[in-house]
Design a protein around this ligand. Structure first.
Ligand SMILES: [Zn+2]
Length: 490
């Protein structure tokens, strides 16, 4: 073997089957090396991308490749766009190992069962029984501990390192033993400081090998064009919007994605109650069944992940007991049925009810928020809906945000709609993104794949890598197009 062949003998390929081509959903990436095929994340396509292709097949069931050859599925975190295609790998008598953290396993069970329930009959991908079968094949790993993966002849290892996005979320480093260089899949990167679960800057112990050179980097780019907002600004804007509606005699509906954002909102409202930043007589409703399940799991597993931080104070909660009470609100009613939810909406046609409803349906298309849009609440122009989640183009949420209010059947204006751009669970902007990435040794980086972002963000990030002097080849992966590469072994 010649010297140069020795230096470049580690052949890999990565094929993205989602979260590429400028699409920010359906994360699923296949890494091939030697006899091994490893899948990193198995997310479902959501929103308008959960559609039928020209071939007549649903994008979610379109060829996942030869799933029989998959040795291991490695999951970065429990969001549906990273895990909810997982059961498809266990149909056709396949039984790969799924490896992930304990928290991801816990949260994923709720997500997958909910996903099975909400799939309409004609588009049924899997049932709750299928989900149970999947869960039997999940092995949990510890952050920072190397695990052997793939075909054993290929000597590959994987290591999970906390990335501060949601409880249990991680970036994954894959390495070939005996070589000096890893492949880093960032997953969805969180913030340096993150509510409830803590950000990547808050981990007490380092759980990543700082001296391992990363030679290939597959990174997300969701919020690369968006600078970070500090807690005070977020709190001020959020409470300002709530109080404006309440002072005007209206009530407020806050629809939020069920995991993490919903709990973040509840925790802020609790603080506002204690601090006297909302009127004491404001009635609060928790009207989001799935969010309540997550809330329960968060409290049950608090010891695994919860920090004592609130806002800018890292020691806000003085002990574990007070930390676990962070979602307990005063003057609060848990809404237990859809009928009850419809009734509350009807009652809010009247003014001066001083109510805040934290509900589900972040992009307004479905979930309990529909009871408020379509019911009495929505017809009252003094009421307001405050959106905190990103509104994907083409969704009802985006259309109504642009319109700024609901329109009643008689043509009159209904409840106001305001979108606040200050909440995000993703790392944002160039400075913070590179602060995260540069925690790893990128001095020998040879290949960069930019995924999980629109093309604007992907191109901007690619230019930034070049401007910052990284000598690596930069790829913007397309769905179904494998990227072949070798990693130098010197
Ligand atoms: Zn995510």
């Amino acid at each position: 073997m010649s010297k140069s062949a020795e230096c470049f003998e580690e052949k890999f390929s990565i094929e993205s089957l989602g979260a590429a081509s400028g699409i920010v959903t359906g994360s699923l990436h296949k890494l091939r090396h030697g006899e091994s095929t490893i899948v990193i994340d198995a997310g479902i396509f959501q929103g308008k991308y959960d559609a039928f292709l020209p071939s007549g097949k649903s994008r979610n069931t379109e060829d996942l490749g030869n799933i029989k050859n998959v040795a291991d599925i490695l999951l970065t975190h429990a969001h549906a766009d990273h895990v909810a295609r997982l059961p498809l790998f266990y149909k056709k008598n396949c039984s790969p190992r799924t490896l992930t953290t304990e928290m991801t396993r816990e949260l994923m069970e709720i997500i997958l069962k909910d996903s099975a329930k909400i799939q309409k009959d004609q588009d049924k991908l899997y049932t709750c029984e299928d989900v149970d079968e999947v869960l039997r094949h999940v092995s949990t790993i510890k952050m920072g501990k190397q695990i052997k993966v793939g075909n054993k002849h290929d000597h590959l290892t994987a290591l999970w390192t906390y990335n501060g996005h949601i409880p249990g979320s991680a970036s994954i480093i894959i390495e070939k033993t005996g070589t000096r260089g890893g492949i880093l899949f960032t997953g969805d990167i969180g913030k340096e400081i993150q509510p409830i679960c803590g950000g990547w800057g808050e981990t007490k112990e380092r759980d990543y090998p700082k001296d391992l050179p990363i030679k290939a980097l597959w990174t997300e780019s969701t919020s690369f064009d968006r600078e970070s907002v500090n807690f005070d600004e977020k709190y001020e804007q959020f409470l300002g919007s709530i109080n404006k509606i309440l002072q005007d005699g209206g009530s407020v509906v806050i629809p939020a994605i069920s995991m993490q954002r919903n709990q973040e909102i509840v925790e802020i409202i609790r603080y506002a109650q204690e601090n006297g930043d909302i009127p004491q007589d404001t009635k609060i409703y928790k009207d989001a069944p799935l969010a309540s399940k997550f809330e329960e799991t968060y409290v049950e597993d608090a010891d695994l992940f919860m920090t004592s931080r609130f806002g800018n104070d890292p020691e806000f909660y003085k002990n574990p007991a007070s930390s676990k009470k962070r979602f307990e609100l005063k003057n609060c009613q848990q809404v237990n049925s859809n009928k009850e939810s419809v009734g509350i909406s009807r009652s809010l046609l009247a003014n001066n009810q001083n109510s805040i409803i934290v509900t589900s349906g972040g992009m307004l298309g479905f979930g309990r928020v529909r009871n408020y849009i379509d019911g009495g609440f929505g017809a009252n122009p003094k009421n307001g809906i405050i959106l905190t989640c990103y509104q994907v183009e083409g969704t009802e949420g985006r259309m109504l945000t642009d319109q700024g209010y609901l329109i009643n059947k008689n043509g009159s204006r209904g409840a106001k709609i305001e979108h606040l751009n200050v909440f995000t669970g993703h790392v944002s902007g160039e400075t913070d993104t590179f602060k995260y990435l540069n925690r790893f040794d990128l001095s020998q980086l040879e290949l960069i794949g930019i995924i999980h972002g629109n093309d604007n963000n992907r191109k901007k990030m690619a230019e930034t890598f070049k401007e910052r002097g990284y000598p690596a080849r930069v790829e913007l992966p397309e769905i179904g197009v494998p990227i072949n590469f070798s990693l130098s072994n010197t």
